[in-house]
Design a binder for this molecule. Sequence first.
Ligand code: FES
Length: 207
Amino acid sequence: MDSPSGDVTTPDRTTSATSSSAVAKPATTAAVPKAAGPIVESTPDPPVNQMRRRIVWASIAGFLTTCFLMFLRFFLPRAIFEPSTVFKIGFPSDYALGVDTKWQQQYRIWVDKTSDRLFVVYARCTHLGCTPDWKASENKFKCPCHGSGYDSEGINFEGPAPRPMDRAHVEIDPEGQIVVDTNRLFKWPKGERNEFEDMDKGAYLPL
Ligand code: FES
């Protein structure tokens, strides 16, 4: 069709196509994700130090356990269990004349038998309380601490010991056995009465 001016206006297909293409293009561009800015590399969190954590917990548990045990201990009796001071040592006929040391370790005594009596010497030096040794070859007791010497009946004769060694209470039970009580001691302090002769009180057994 002719234009009024005589010019024939034909649609510019190329331009139109180009326009269509230009219109459609933004849709294609919108589908592409925008760049999110500069990429920052993230580093992983440092690993937890498991060993240090275990040590801390073990310390706390140990502390709490100790406190709990101390709490329990508070309710327990604070008694010292010592061996009895009263015990049997067999029959008088079990002993030969002289000094018998078989009860020294267990009861800290020596059994002393003479021709007319049996008595029990408490094995404690009267100087400062050490336990003397029986020297059979020398027939005497010798204290290793400061050198006090006692004869076979526990009578002091040398060194700093101030008096003879004490003797324990003895008696015969219904079976005929010797019963010793180291809580009841007989003494012979220098210049004072000799308690070793108190047979009726249990200082010795007559034979
Ligand atoms: S304790 Fe025995 S001599 Fe001193």
